[in-house]
Design a protein around this ligand. Structure first.
Ligand code: HQG
Length: 194
């Protein structure tokens, strides 16, 4: 028995390729993204096959349904797939502006804290700053990086009331273009409940 799970490794690999193609570089799977970031499921399956991964439609649908962060969505007619958030290419997801809760959180690492307090939260390479509704999710986002984890509390409702636009992606991630320093405060995570 291998000491890693070949099934899981395969799904992670597919998920990473989908993230790359549907958020950043459609040519990675030979795709063209249509309006609102949708790509044809048939094209995605053909693109994966060209990279040596033979995925059936059912398996792809299962991956989308069970993805831990609900990164992808399949259209109601089953013909199209898109990333719910995380894009660096300019995609209008067609989401309506939404009223955020009083506060939203952004998981990050302590080494960015000083720059964040100075410049606010910047979207970097992505189209938006990504914000979470709860501490558990912010902790998962922060854990993608090495070093001490920390999080930023954003006075989202106050920003909204001043005219900043917030979108809520289909997986519950909140998106906004920039969080100025006056709306944020650095916080420490409590003890990890897991
Ligand atoms: C940091 C993942 C210095 C910011 C997650 C973050 C999310 C600053 C990094 C989604 C800064 C950007 C996005 C400033 C922000 N100075 N550093 N002024 N402002 N930063 O990956 O939010 O797993 O682009 O704190 O779940 O970490 O890919 O953004 O550390 O939803 O599906 O700059 O990606 O989803 O990093 O993650 P990212 P993020 P997936």
């Amino acid at each position: 028995m291998p000491d890693w799970d070949p099934g899981e490794a395969r799904l992670v690999r597919i998920s990473k390729l989908l993230s790359l193609a549907l958020r950043h570089d459609p040519t990675a799977l030979g795709l063209t993204l249509g309006t609102q970031g949708w790509a044809s499921v048939d094209d995605v399956i053909a693109g994966l096959l060209r990279t040596g991964i033979d995925v059936g439609r059912d398996e792809l649908e299962e991956l989308v349904a069970t993805s831990d962060k609900q990164r992808f969505a399949i259209s109601a007619d089953g013909a199209q797939i898109r990333a719910n958030q995380g894009h660096s290419i300019a995609i209008d997801l067609g989401l309506p502006p939404a009223m955020p809760p009083e506060t939203l959180l952004h998981g990050t690492v302590a080494r960015f804290a000083r720059a964040i307090e100075r410049d606010g939260l910047l979207r970097g390479a992505r189209t938006h700053v990504h914000l979470s509704e709860d501490e558990a999710t912010a902790r998962i986002v922060a854990s993608r990086r090495s070093g001490a984890k920390t999080f930023v509390e954003v006075r989202a409702r106050a920003m909204h009331d001043e005219g900043f636009v917030f979108l809520r992606a289909d997986n519950g991630v909140w998106l906004t273009e920039h969080v100025p320093p006056r709306f944020l405060a650095l916080r420490s995570f409590g003890p990890d409940p897991t």
